[in-house]
Design a binder for this molecule. Structure first.
Ligand code: ATP
Length: 309
């Protein structure tokens, strides 16, 4: 019998989880995060780290597994994000879980806080790449928000929590209000590329202006409009060059492949300008200028590597 997992229950460090059907053993290390759908732990199999998600409800966990399986199709086994699906047997019944690649890093908000805002265009590009992969496979991510975007210490971007993902053409079933097109009266809650791109644009605006989430959450329904977001887009600084594209995403008039390509071009052009600025003498004193030049050159090197992949 499969049981619902009690949200207040916690596994202890060093507890061994043995899968009922596949027999794989994992050692619990620590809780990585918890949310509406389940708990995610960092576990080890020998010395290899993995992330293990226990679902509060088998049906929700199953739909996440379906997306992850679809995303792995056609890829070599070593590239699969999903590595095991099983049940954990307890005296009161089975608790379903799945095991995935452990993403060592920070959520988008934490990363920006640590690594500074100039990385935002690079992160944006990689996030668009992840969304394109999903869209090309026929899915919509659905619940795109800063907590569901993980950035590794080397600036690589991954999506986590596919609980809100649905096949294109269906209705979006899990969303977070401020990122939701419907909340802004800007379109249906239907799963399409434009739905994710709208959330992507809001996410970018929020990354530049963290107060946006609170302000937006307090708006009365009549004031929740696309125009309100467009005004915010006009105030972007780090993403100033990306404004027209962000506005088209808010307007639903661009597809994800086109957006990714345009973002790539803009990123490349803005990195050239950063490089020129870093190499041009200015009023900064010696060591400050050295630091500035070094960090600008590192950013440009990363951009070069990413856009030429
Ligand atoms: N593969 C992973 N590697 C590292 N950390 C992860 C991984 N998957 C999830 N996490 C962490 O666990 C947290 C909770 O996971 P997840 O978002 O899947 O749970 P949830 O119950 O579906 O949450 P929500 O209520 O937001 O839908 C994430 O925010 C992230 O910090």
């Amino acid at each position: 019998m499969t049981i619902s997992f009690d949200p207040n229950f916690r596994f202890s460090p060093n507890e061994i989880i043995t899968g009922k059907w596949n027999g794989a053993k994992y050692r619990i290390h620590r809780l990585l995060g918890k949310g509406a759908n389940g708990q995610v732990y960092l576990v080890y199999q020998g010395s290899r780290p993995f992330a293990m998600k226990f679902g509060f409800h088998a049906v929700d966990l199953q739909s996440e597994v379906n997306v992850l399986k679809a995303m792995s199709r056609g890829k070599p086994a070593k590239e699969h994000y999903l590595t095991d699906i099983d049940d954990y047997e307890t005296p009161s019944g089975n608790v379903p879980f799945y095991v995935m690649k452990y993403i060592e890093g920070y959520s988008l908000n934490e990363f920006i806080h640590r690594k500074q805002m100039q990385w935002l265009p690079v992160i944006g590009y990689q996030l668009l790449c992840r969304l394109c992969e999903l869209h090309q496979a026929g899915w919509t991510f659905g619940d795109l928000k800063a907590q569901n975007v993980m950035v590794t210490p080397y600036g690589q971007v991954n999506l986590v929590d596919f609980g809100g993902s649905v096949q294109q053409g269906k209705s979006v079933r899990q969303f977070t209000e401020v990122y939701d097109r419907g909340y802004w009266g800007a379109g249906e809650r239907s799963a399409d590329e434009a739905y994710d791109l709208f959330s992507f644009a809001v996410l970018c605006l929020q990354a530049e202006d963290p107060a946006l989430l609170k302000e937006a959450g307090q708006l009365i329904p009549q004031n929740r409009t696309r125009d309100w977001l467009l005004t915010k887009a006009d105030r972007t600084r780090v993403l100033a060059e990306f404004r027209p594209l962000l506005k088209r995403m808010l307007g639903g008039s661009v597809g994800s492949l086109e957006a990714r390509e345009e973002w790539r071009q803009l990123l490349r052009a803005s990195s050239h300008r950063t490089q020129l600025r870093a190499l041009t003498p200015n009023g900064r004193s010696g060591w400050i200028r050295g630091l500035f030049t070094a960090s600008a050159m590192m950013l440009c090197a990363v951009v070069y590597m990413i856009v030429s992949q």
